[in-house]
Ligand binder design. Structure first.
Ligand code: PMP
Length: 382
């Protein structure tokens, strides 16, 4: 495990004077602080909520999560769910349960950085699958399945990190069918699915087949500091996942799960999510509207239907890591795109997160970014 120059630069984004479009952070002022305060107070009334508990998770929480998933179109029983310490842990558990060193994982390109790290830590070989503006291309996946015989296929099917792309229903059906045909597991990582700002929801990939594992999270619709996520897995896989979870941390925090159970049974989460979507829609529109006056001619970008990210490609050759240094001099930050690529990085790409800052900060941040693009060091780096 090693740090990277980009990671070191991103440490500088923490300076208070920096407007950061770097981290995938929800808006802190939109956290339902009152709701969570009440939920934690309620959870703390019962001393069993400070005790050790079962590995699978709080039964009430599993029940409300299963009910919510079913209502959103993915029929789910309580017993299909394992509560995890963030969906990141669900990914680690799936990796532990399914992957041996040297196994192959197929991913869309670009893909979520911490998933790549998780697979690499497990000693897996990561193989990118050709992807376009609609995500992973099924025919390209078919080729990789034939050639590289992956054990796992990893996709963020809805409002992907970092690209913002959403896989259309037809491709979901094809990918699920390929998984059945080749007897390979697909992991559908879905922390952003509820954050839709336009268009109609697309059925989750897991609705199209039994070989799809589904990862959910409260991080983006509740709060990421809770570290609460879940794995939806078929009966055949659940025991291995539970054993991996036991070895990892026995169980997710009892009090946090009890608070989440109290919160989800007491609060209208749909209403809260609708409020988030209204605010984030405005932030996305503000950022997209500012882009033509911010970036150099020839730059292309995504205009995502939901999620948190705008993905850009500058007219190359250029390395956005050099540009980040320059941007930090102007007190604005973003994430260079290279680390999101499994093999050959496209250094002309970058990711902007539009959810963290209110619209007026986005306008100011984009003004600073425009200045960073036009100042001399942007051209050649330093
Ligand atoms: N998957 C993806 C695609 C993500 O973007 C993130 C968060 N950045 C996670 C998983 C981790 O989410 P959690 O907070 O639930 O661990």
């Amino acid at each position: 495990m090693k740090s990277s120059p980009v990671r070191d630069l991103l440490a500088l984004t923490q300076r208070p004077e920096v407007i950061s479009f770097a981290g995938g952070l929800p808006a802190p002022e939109l956290f339902d602080v009152d709701g969570w305060r009440d939920a934690f107070a309620k959870a703390a009334e019962d001393r069993r909520n400070l005790q050790y508990a079962t590995t699978e998770g709080n039964p009430v929480l599993r029940g409300v999560l299963a009910e919510r998933m079913t209502r959103r179109g993915l029929p789910t029983a309580d017993s299909d769910l394992l509560v995890t310490t963030g969906s990141q842990q669900a990914l680690t558990l799936v990796t532990t349960a399914l992957l041996e060193p040297g196994d192959v994982v197929a991913v869309e390109e670009p893909t979520y950085l911490a998933a790549l790290q998780c697979f690499q830590l497990a000693g897996a070989r990561v193989v990118p699958v050709a992807s376009d503006e609609h995500g992973m291309v099924p025919s390209a996946l078919a080729e990789v399945l034939e050639r590289d015989r992956p054990t796992l296929v990893y996709v963020v099917a809805t409002f992907a990190n970092p690209s913002g792309r959403t896989l259309p229903a037809s491709r979901r059906r094809e990918i699920a069918a390929l998984a059945e045909q080749h007897d390979v597991w697909v992991v559908e990582d879905d922390p952003y699915g509820e954050l839709r700002y336009r268009g109609e929801p697309v059925p989750q990939l897991a609705t199209y087949g039994d070989k799809v594992l589904h990862l959910g999270s409260l991080s983006k619709i509740g709060a990421p500091g809770l570290r609460l996520g879940w794995l939806r897995a078929p009966r055949s896989l659940m025991p291995a996942a539970v054993i991996a979870k036991q070895a990892a941390d026995l169980h997710t925090s009892t009090i946090d799960q009890a608070a989440a159970a109290a919160y989800l049974t007491g609060v209208d989460l749909d209403r809260h999510v609708a409020g988030l979507c209204a605010a984030y829609r405005e932030r996305r529109d503000t950022m997209i509207a500012a882009l033509p006056d911010t970036v150099p001619a020839g730059t292309v970008w995504s205009d995502p239907d939901g999620g948190m990210f705008v993905w850009l490609r500058l007219l190359g050759p250029v390395d956005t890591a050099d540009l980040l240094r320059n941007a930090l001099d102007h007190n604005v930050a973003f994430v260079p795109g290279a680390p999101f690529f499994a093999t050959t990085p496209d250094t002309a790409t970058m990711r902007l997160s539009f959810t963290t800052n209110p619209p007026e900060e986005i306008v100011e941040g984009m003004r600073r970014l425009a200045a960073a693009f036009t100042s001399p060091s942007a051209a050649g780096g330093r």
